[in-house]
Ligand binder design. Sequence first.
Ligand code: NAD
Length: 289
Amino acid sequence: MTPLNGARVLVTGASGRIGPVAVAHLRAAGAAVTTLSIGEHPGLEAERVLVGDTRSQEDVANALDGADFVVHLAALAHRDIAPPFDVYTTNVVSTFNVLAQAGAAGIGRAVVAGSINAYGLPMNRHEVVPAYFPLDTDIPVDIADWYSLSKHHGEGTARMAWRQWGIDVVTLRFPHVHDEHALLAQSKQLEQDPKAGLREAWSYLHTEDAARSIVLALTAGTTGAHAFFLAANTTVAPYRTEDLLDKFAPGVPRLRRFVGREVPIDLTPARELIGFEAHRDLPIPTLDL
Ligand SMILES: NC(=O)c1ccc[n+]([C@@H]2O[C@H](COP(=O)([O-])OP(=O)(O)OC[C@H]3O[C@@H](n4cnc5c(N)ncnc54)[C@H](O)[C@@H]3O)[C@@H](O)[C@H]2O)c1
C-alpha cells in the first residue's frame, strides 16, 4: 500500500524522454495514470492515453477530469527545438493552463518539471560564471534565452497557483537527464572538454532517478510552492570537483570544499523537502586533470 494506491494522476508530456519512465514508476506505486501529450508514443502504457495540446483549455480540462494529482512535464524542452516564440509561449502557457485549471478544480498537489536552466547560465551566450559554488536557489540569475526564461517564469506561475488556489506545487529543477549509455557518452566528451560542463556544475540525473523524484515529490508532506535543484551526488566529468573549479572557476567563491567528484550543487532542499537521494551514480573512474 503506497500513498498513491488508487490515486488518479494526470501526466502531461508523457511521450517524451522522462515521461514513460515516470508513468511506469507511478503505476508501480499504484496510481491510475492519464497521459496527455502532443506526440504519440506507441509503447506508452497507462489507464488513459490522450493526444492533445497542453495549451488548449479544452484538452487540459478533459485530461484533468477525475484527477487527484498532476505531473506536468510537457514542454518544448530546448532553446533550439523550435522558434523562440513557440518555445517560450508553449512552455509558459502550458504551465499556466495546467496549474490554473488544476488549482481551480481543487486538485491539491502538482509536480512540475523545472530546469537547471531557470538560473540562466547554462544556455547563456556570454562569458558568465556562477556567482559561487555550490549552486543553490539564491544564486543570481542571468537569463539570455527564451527556454531558460520560460522555466524561470514557470516557477512564478507555480507560486501564483499556490497563493491563488492553495495547490501545493513542487518544481524539480532537473539537470541533464538521460539513460546510462547517453550519460557515459557525455562523460567521454567532458573528459576532452571539461570546461563545457562548468555552468551546469557538471551535473546529471539518471532517468530512473528523475522518475523516482517525481513520485517522491508527489507523495511528500511539504506544502506550499517549492523549486529546487536535483542531481546525482557525483559529477558526469571524470575529474575531482576541486581540480575542475581550480582550473575553470579560480575566482569563483566556494562556500565549502567538495569531496572527490561531488557535484557542486546544494542538494539539501531535495533531501529535506522530498527525501530525494539519487541511486544511480555513473560508474566512471576518477582521473587526474
Ligand atoms: N531531459 C532533460 O535533460 C531535462 C532537463 C531539464 C528539464 N527537463 C524538463 O523535463 C520535462 C520533460 O523533459 P523530456 O526530456 O522528457 O522532454 P521531451 O522533449 O523528450 O518530451 C516532451 C514532451 O512534451 C510533450 N509536449 C510538447 N509540447 C506539448 C504541447 N503543446 N502539448 C502537449 N504535450 C506537449 C511532447 O509530446 C513530449 O511528450 C520538460 O519540461 C523539460 O523541459 C528535461
